[in-house]
Every structure is written in C-alpha cells, then in structure tokens.
Design a protein around this ligand. Structure first.
Ligand code: HEC
Length: 207
C-alpha cells in the first residue's frame, strides 16, 4: 500500500508537471489517479507479535496468580504439587479462552513434556548470547506451517528461586524432595534471578 501511495504521488506530481506544458486532456488523468488513491483503502494490519505478547502475558498472569495463591496456602513444597497438576491445564485452558495455541517450553525442563524443540532452543540460545553481550533480546515472530508463531521469554525473578534456584540454598529440603519425587529427571534448578527459564510459544491463525 505504501508503494502504491508513493507511485500514486509520483504519477500525480509527474502528471501535474506535464500538465503545465501539454494539452488539457491531462486533467482527466489527474482525476482518475485521485480516484484510485481514494478507493484503495489500506487494510489495518494485524500485529501478530503484539497480539501474541498480550496472550502470553494473560497466560503468565493467570499462572502467576494461581501459583501465588498455592504458595500462600500450602508453602513452596505444597505448591510444587499444584504446579505438577495445574500448570499445563491452566496454560491449555488459556489457549481455549484466548483462541490461540499457547505452551510453555524450556531448554532445561522440569516436566519432559515441556522440552523445547530445535527452533525454540535456537531462540533461547540467542537470548542467552544477547544477555552475555549485555544486549536486550526482543520477542520473535516466525511463520510456521501457515501459522504465525511468537516466542516470548520467561525470565526468573527472586520468587522463582524457591523452586528453580540452588538446591538446599534457595530450595529448601522439603520442597526439593517433593520435586525429586515428582520429577526424577528434573533439569530446572540452579537458576539465578534474571535468567531465561523458558519461553511462551503462541501459535496464531493468520487472518
Ligand atoms: C512452588 C514451586 C515453583 C515455583 C515458585 C515456580 N515454579 Fe516453575 N515449575 C514448577 C514445577 C513443579 C514445574 C513443572 C510443571 C509441570 O509439570 O508442568 C514448573 C515448570 C515451569 C516451567 C515450564 C518448563 C518446565 O521446566 O517444565 C517454566 C517456564 C517455569 N516453571 C517458570 C517459572 C518461573 C518464571 C517462576 C517464577 C515466576 C516459577 N517457575 C516459579 C515449580 C515452581
């Protein structure tokens, strides 16, 4: 559309210029050109990156709210069970409510079902590389099998470390034994604040 406008404008000024030294027929062309510009209305473009971000943030808020409630009620060891049973169903239910496919994946998953695939790992690796250089790394949008797919980093804060930090230091013994029991192959400990714990992957249909 931008190109059309520019071409349109060039034609228009060209014609106006020519019009000043040729015959009167050009006035008809000028009108025609104007009409074309008025008819071709620009379609509002969907900003998939921002739409996906909104969906990821709503899912994050829902998970966060329920996690905080569980920790308050049952402590961090009790909340491990909450995450074990509820994290994926809550994420899935948000997919239904929000009309997109949303998942949480990681390069070092606690639940093996949340293992990141190759493309997702590439994003996580590039996020880490940017962090090492002190640069900001933005969310990413790609098109996969005709769908728009957004990647949004999930970064740790202090609160996460009671279940994802250093065993026995930040993760207490009771919580650690719950984690080990439910996830014998757990890879999701040893994190510090401000690290990438995983990503939200939001798959949207193209409009
Ligand atoms: C009460 C303990 C607890 C706290 C606190 C906690 N998590 Fe987790 N986290 C878990 C458990 C348990 C799972 C596995 C859930 C499952 O089975 O789907 C998990 C899974 C995840 C996953 C999905 C990938 C994976 O490893 O399976 C991400 C991402 C994640 N947590 C990020 C965070 C972030 C970020 C915070 C802080 C804002 C946080 N967690 C706080 C216990 C916790």
């Amino acid at each position: 559309m931008k190109n059309t406008l520019i071409i349109g404008t060039l034609l228009f000024s060209g014609i106006t210029f020519l019009g000043s030294c040729t015959n009167n027929d050009d006035s008809a062309q000028i009108t025609e050109e104007k009409v074309i510009e008025e008819v071709v209305e620009p379609q509002p473009e969907v900003n998939y990156l921002e739409t996906g971000k909104g969906l990821a943030m709503q899912t994050k808020a829902s998970l966060g709210k329920n996690l905080a409630l569980a920790i308050n009620e049952r402590g961090s060891d009790g909340a491990v069970e909450f995450c074990n049973i509820e994290a994926i169903p809550i994420t899935d239910s948000m997919s239904i409510v929000l009309g997109a496919k949303i998942k949480r994946v990681s390069d070092k998953p606690r639940n093996a079902n949340n293992q990141a695939n190759e493309a997702e790992l590439a994003y996580i690796n590039s996020w880490n590389a940017a962090k090492d250089k002190g640069e900001e790394h933005l969310p990413l949008l790609t098109e996969l099998d005709g769908k728009m797919v957004g990647y949004y980093p999930i970064v740790t804060n202090q609160m996460c470390l009671q279940c994802h930090g250093t065993p026995e230091k930040q993760i207490n013994t009771k919580t650690l034994s719950k984690i080990k029991k439910l996830y014998p192959a757990d890879k999701a400990t040893g994190y510090a604040e401000g690290e990438i714990r995983g990503i939200f992957v939001v798959e949207m249909n193209k409009n």
